[in-house]
Design a protein around this ligand. Structure first.
Ligand code: AMP
Ligand code: MG
Length: 425
């Protein structure tokens, strides 16, 4: 069976035909294109947004050679002739310039960040110099051994005029915003924020603030997904909690699809009698994926209703969290036209054992970093199994990614640790 065949609407996928983690990710990365149009925003507000232009350096940064320390600037060619004994003929502070060249054999007092005057190429640190007054004139004694060009920052050493600084699709981190500002940019073109509608399903789900009765569960997925979307920089519409009723879910999906880039549901994604998300999607849209050979997250669904992407997450909070990070974030990135960098996996020794794991299933364990007696890092797995346990998500530092073929893990084996922070660069 080819991967393509699995993209067809096929509700009868057997266990063996579930899409693998890699296939699901490839489907998202290959098939989902950018929907978001561009807008211009102040650079100062652009953190987290996705660049919609190519940024070249219009000029050198820094603009001129300048002093890296407080001290004395001189021309190194004249060091030998002077023996390091220079008259101090001027004082140049940061933000001020000496237009006239410094003649050979003379020095100027200079401060960090001040442009190096013509005729100077080296700065001696003030701590290493001796000053000397003679007949009302100031002199400095510069110690020998300084390399020509010492303590000088070169024009363009950060960014050279004309070079590509960052390309379209870059998600702007604080340091990228700083680079834009260093180029003098006040505004920048970025993709507009994605509009995401979220919906909880389940007769047992109750919103916080309501009284709760036995058999009911507070809607933690709504809070979890809203908060994750906030981190991902999307605008959220809350469609509330819907009962396990086909028509209600179908109608809500249709209404939201017209005005949103993405709909994310939680719960009701399996094929039980009380699960209506997949059948609703099938009636009003197209399904590209249902069921992945991944734990947690098996019943995840991906499809579209018109141009609106549909992501049906399982109900269990642990699966919601894992699926959002593993698939939701790359999906949102693609829609925003952003490049997606797979989070780094760090090989670390396991501080746990797995006696027998099913083959052909990828597992993402909730993992806790522990430091051994010798100070080396190892990963422990959250002791309890329940996929409803938010406690485990809170204790964990990341996932351990156990590939499909692995059926057991011994203590000390190297396993792939993915810090949660790696998903949010
Ligand atoms: P389901 O996928 O609908 O069968 O739900 C699986 C499990 O997740 C059930 O125990 C649900 O009660 C729970 N669950 C579903 N939706 C939520 C939610 N919004 N908040 C917290 N737990 C939920
Ligand atoms: Mg349910």
């Amino acid at each position: 069976m080819t991967a393509n065949r699995r993209l067809l609407d096929d509700c009868f996928l057997t266990d063996k035909e579930r899409m693998t983690h890699e296939e699901a990710l490839a489907l998202i990365l290959d098939r989902v294109g950018p929907v978001a149009t561009a807008e211009t925003v102040p650079v100062i507000d652009a953190g987290g947004r996705v660049l919609a232009e190519t940024v070249l350096a219009p000029r050198d940064v820094p603009l001129s050679d300048n002093a890296a320390v407080d001290g004395y600037a001189y021309g190194s060619a004249s060091f030998e002739a002077t023996g390091g004994f220079f008259p101090v003929i001027d004082r140049v502070a940061a933000g001020h310039r000496r237009a006239a060249p410094v003649p050979p054999g003379a020095a100027v007092r200079i401060f960090t960040g001040a442009a190096m005057p013509a005729g100077t190429d080296t700065v001696a640190m003030q701590e290493d110099c001796e000053t000397h007054a003679q007949d009302g004139a100031a002199f400095v004694i510069v110690p020998p051994g300084l390399k020509p060009g010492a303590n000088r920052r070169r024009a363009g050493e950060d960014l050279k005029a004309g070079t590509l600084v960052m390309g379209e699709g870059t998600r702007l981190r604080p340091q990228d915003v700083a680079a834009l500002a260093s180029l003098g940019r006040e505004t920048v073109a970025v993709r507009r924020r994605l509009k995401v509608a979220i919906l909880s399903t389940g007769d047992e789900i109750v919103r916080a603030g309501q009284p709760i009765e036995p058999g009911q569960v507070y809607d933690s997925n709504h809070a979890l997904i809203t908060s994750l979307l906030g981190k991902a920089g999307a605008d959220v519409t809350d469609l509330g909690v819907l009962p396990d009723r086909f028509e209600a879910i179908r109608d809500a999906i249709v209404a939201a699809a017209a005005t949103h880039d993405v709909i994310i549901t939680s719960g009701g994604a399996s094929r039980g009698e009380e699960d209506h998300v997949v059948t609703a999607l099938d009636e009003v849209g197209r399904r590209h994926l249902w069921q992945i050979a991944v734990k947690p997250g098996r019943p995840m669904t991906l499809g579209q209703v018109g141009d609106c992407v549909f992501l049906g997450l399982p109900g269990n909070p642990v699966a919601v969290f894992a699926c959002f990070l593993l698939y939701g974030l790359p999906l949102l990135s693609r829609l925003e036209g952003a490049s997606w960098r797979e989070p780094v996996r760090y090989p670390l020794p396991a501080a746990f054992e797995i006696r027998s794991k099913k083959p052909d299933r990828r597992e993402f364990l909730r993992a806790i970093l522990v430091s051994g007696d010798d100070g080396t890092l190892r990963v422990e797995k959250f002791a309890r199994d329940g996929s409803g346990l938010i406690t485990g998500l809170r204790e964990a530092d990341g996932f351990v990614d156990i590939p499909e073929p692995v059926t057991s893990v011994k203590a000390g084996d190297l396993v792939a640790f993915m810090p949660f922070a790696g998903f949010f660069p």
